[in-house]
Design a protein around this ligand. Sequence first.
Ligand code: HDE
Length: 688
Amino acid sequence: MVKPVKKQGQKTSAQSGSGGETHQTTTSADNTLTTNQGLAISDNQNSLKGGLRGPTLLEDMVLREKITHFDHERIPERIVHARGSGAHGFFQPLKGASRFSKAAFLQDPEEKTRVFVRFSTVAGGAGSVDTPRDVRGFAVKFYTEEGNFDLVGNNIPVFFIQDAMKFPDLIHSVKMEPDRGFPQAASAHDTFWDFASLMPESMHMLMWAMSDRTIPYSLRHIEGFGVHTFRLINEAGDSTFVKFHWRPSVGAMSTLWEEAVKIAGADPDHHRRDLWESIDSGAFPEWTLSVQAFDQETADKLDFDILDPTKLIPEEVIPLTPIGRMVLNRNPDNFFAETEQVAFHPGNIVPGIDFTPDPLLQGRLFSYIDTQLIRLGGPNFHEIPINKPVCPMRNFQRDGHMRMAVPTGRVSYEPNSLAPESPRENSKAGFTSFPDPNSGPKLRQRPESFADHYSQARQFWRSMTAPEQDHIADAFTFELSKVETPAIRFRMLGHLDLIEPVLGERVAEAMGLAGKAEKIVLAVAPRDDLEPSPALSLVAKAPAIVKGRTVAVLVTDGSDAKAVGAVQRAVKKEGGTVKLVAPRIGELKGNGLVPDMTIEGAPSVLFDAVVLLPSEEGAKALVAMPQAVNWLRDAFGHLKAIGFNAAAQSLFDKGGLDSDAPGVIDLKGGVEDFIDAARKHKIWDRNP
Ligand code: HDE
């Protein structure tokens, strides 16, 4: 006889991590394995058979339950933003945020509001790599006392299209081509550029997409943007237009394209791992939330329409006003239950926040609930712990797939007289929409004010530093060279000529297609008088810090432990991390050093700066290892700060590298100069 199993493995809701829900742990004193019905399982190794070598019986309900559940483990992945990484944290408003909005979570600087954030790539499937050239999603769910507020943004302040009608076309064009099923997570193919080259409104976003913004260094190092113009409403009922901005405390940083490509092979989970490990180690990622706040009068003076999501407002025109900070301090307990099942929706807002009639946002307001219905299997996804508001939910909706709540009583309608205590509307505390005066005749048209597609693309180009411009030209050259249809290349070259003639010429020259650009007919001529916006450049505003970065020290048997210790101490003092990399993973001879990683498992592309501290004998062995020579060559080519000792000179010689080059520091004079170089992150003076 099997004894019934006590449910000792359940946490109380007070102990539980997410959403106040109970969830199972494996720390039960009585840890008997059970079926989902609670039936204790006597054998989890063998199915029930008719005879020792006979067929498996249909009667084996334990096996059937286990396999059925397994068969249904996957839910449809998100059609866009399928690959994501999540984290829990909190948001804390700054003093003064309340002057813009009456939202409860923006009132008290002492009060923290729980958040869950999901970062994502857009184009690839859930199992794709972390470092393709792609936009990153930056979605934040604020569990406020007035309901959930979702700020579902990206790491780029503008978008490819102006109207929701074009979204399926955009996404179909960038996703795997339907006949061949490739390429995965890549825009460098014909269908994307065919569509993009026929959409002048995409030109501004294409400049961002081909810039370093789409190959971020880590998720901790991205900026975030709400993209659309929103409204904030304060206690007095005054409305302010806002653009939302997230700024990382460690500064925004990107990789070089070759690094992104090599990281994809060396560590396909690079961004997810980095986020997990930094939270795990207590180095909590942090962002400031700011708004660009403006009124109708200012909006009317801008030379573009604030409802057009392909335009941004330069910070030099309307500066950022910080309104809060967000810290991510807890990894998910369970990837599926939280990161996969979290259901964002730009329509989740609270009193004090409202939409504008941006035609892209308006379409999104429909899409997100609709997508959850298919993805999460029914209308009750708001009851899943990660989606559940922390404030009470009371209404008369009922039934549906996977209903968790157990409502009581006869009444599920309103008005009613049978349940006088049941919920009623509240005209004072309830959400009311801002009485936006915009409305007119029914039509399918774009306003004239949406017609200029090139001026801000040009402004973006002119706001970049020289290396950033090089990268943009290289990215267009790379992507368009992958396009197989000549007419698409010529059409895109025509657009680039309009954005900035020098960009068009450079790309055409690099592709060997000078003079081939198609002439594009313009609706509105690009402006030539927009001031560059230095705030758009990552290089120009890169902070000189080592904090949050990782330095690899290459060590061998016999390396000088004291020299290694000096580097470790100096990096740690700056808030950085050191990893020891060696030819083998076991403890090294003669110094007791224990490597963290091997040269093959940890190519230098995974680090921000490197130090070479081999022993004389060790250096001889490294010179004979092609991976070790490439380790240094990559660090050199990827413009990293490099520190080295005398023994390491032979590696430079073998790699044909100049150890007197900028950012290459002989450590005989101490580590300070190396730390100085590492603060720069990229040694642009070494840019070929
Ligand atoms: Fe989304 N988008 N989107 N989007 N989006 C989704 O919702 C959609 C757009 C963004 O981590 C989907 O739950 C339409 C702009 C993020 O779970 C879907 C349009 C911006 C995420 C959807 C847009 C975004 C999504 C897929 C044009 C930046 C990931 C799964 C009208 C401001 C959220 C899901 C997460 C996800 C529709 C345009 C950001 C299909 C129709 C612009 C960060 O509903």
